[in-house]
Write a protein that binds this ligand. Structure first.
Ligand SMILES: Cc1ncc(COP(=O)(O)O)c(C=O)c1O
Length: 351
């Protein structure tokens, strides 16, 4: 096939405008031949009214461009991926500190061209976000990376975005709720890596992990639209099931660990959390968890490398907070197992 003909076949599906209008991708118009991967068709997108992009950082870049931002205030306790779109645009930024409730004093006064970004930590900060929304309006950007199920409610006029990889087995994908016009037209991401997702299904954990690390370095902040693969996977998810699993597992850990958890939650019973964030008095050696095949990440290792004398509390969060998994792959049995291993590690530490 000549390149010219190939171009005719591929261009229309790749060169898409990021409107909210539903499109039928060209790939579905191919008739006959072998079958592609099968996915159930269930509810469709959970965010039909949002713009879709390839990553959370891509969404942030689109917001910064749309608002012509000159300076961003953001929490020191954050993932370094968030800085990518700022650095790419040479946008000034300043960190603010958090208190033990993962909140801050909203006395920062914003000038025009300035915005403030806050992370909906572990998906549990909606009450505080409502307060911030009243204070900062459309100069507020909410990072809902930990809160996939939050949508834009009518009374809220802030900007927000999430990231699907943090909740589901997808190679890329994020949704942006815009509080103003978003003019960027994008190309659909077609460079995503998905081997880690398949290797994990096949039970090849070590191999899958290597591919996962590769795929994470491949995540881009360019304003591409979400890949077709992620779009298809996300439209087949039973979101009701996912939500109830998360809530049940969260409640299980809260029943058993609230008395040793230094974090307190003022959940409204509707917010769907990202994990059970267990903040301990001391750091435990995560190797002991890994040896039991319990993989608990650190949020966020990058802040431990920055030895600014302020932000001691943030470093303690990074060292002492265990984000226990509560997702829909797990039920009561898995949670019991995690609890048992954790309690034995803590008992060993105390003795
Ligand atoms: C709190 C937070 N915000 C934003 C991001 C960036 O999201 P993405 O990786 O989809 O760009 C991450 C992690 O990568 C994160 O942990």
């Amino acid at each position: 096939m000549t390149p010219k003909v190939l171009e005719q076949i591929h261009r229309p599906q790749e060169q898409v405008h990021n409107t909210k209008v539903k499109r039928e991708p060209l790939v579905e118009r191919i008739v006959g031949g072998f079958f592609e991967l099968e996915f159930p068709r269930q509810s469709g997108s959970y965010h039909p009214d949002a713009y879709s992009y390839t990553s959370g950082r891509a969404c942030l870049g689109v917001i910064l461009d749309s608002l012509k931002v000159k300076k961003v205030y953001l929490p020191f306790y954050c993932c370094d991926a968030l800085l990518q779109p700022l650095r790419r645009r040479n946008i000034a930024f300043e960190y603010y500190g958090l208190n033990e409730k993962l909140e801050f004093d909203p006395s920062i006064a914003l000038q025009s061209g300035e915005v403030i970004l806050y992370i909906n930590y572990f998906g549990l900060k909606m009450n505080f976000i409502r307060l911030l929304s009243d204070r900062y309006g459309s100069q507020l950007i909410i990072d809902n990376t930990h809160a996939f199920f939050e949508t834009a409610q009518e009374r809220e006029n802030y900007w927000s975005f999430n990231s699907a990889r943090k909740f589901f087995g997808v190679p890329d994908g994020a949704y942006l709720y815009a509080s103003g016009p978003v003019e960027t037209a994008t190309i659909r991401n077609s460079e995503m890596q998905y081997t880690h997702l398949v290797e994990r299904i096949l039970g090849n954990q070590a191999k899958a992990y290597k591919h996962y690390l590769d795929s994470e370095t491949n995540i881009t902040d360019s304003p591409y639209q979400m890949s077709l693969l992620s779009e298809r996977i996300l439209s087949g998810i039973d979101y009701g099931f996912v939500k109830s699993c998360r809530l049940e597992n969260f409640e299980f850990f809260q029943r058993h660990l609230a008395d040793i958890n230094r974090l307190q939650f003022d959940g409204d019973g509707e917010t769907i959390p990202f994990c059970y964030p267990l903040l301990l008095d001391t750091e435990i050696d995560k190797q002991q968890l890994f040896q039991n095949h319990i993989y608990i990440p650190t949020y966020w290792p990058n802040i431990l490398q920055d030895d600014t004398p302020d932000f001691l509390l943030e470093r303690q969060f990074a060292q002492r907070l265990l984000p226990l998994p509560i997702d829909h792959r797990y039920n009561g049995d898995a949670c019991e197992h995690v609890l048992k291993v954790l309690k034995s590690i803590l008992a060993g530490q105390a003795s």
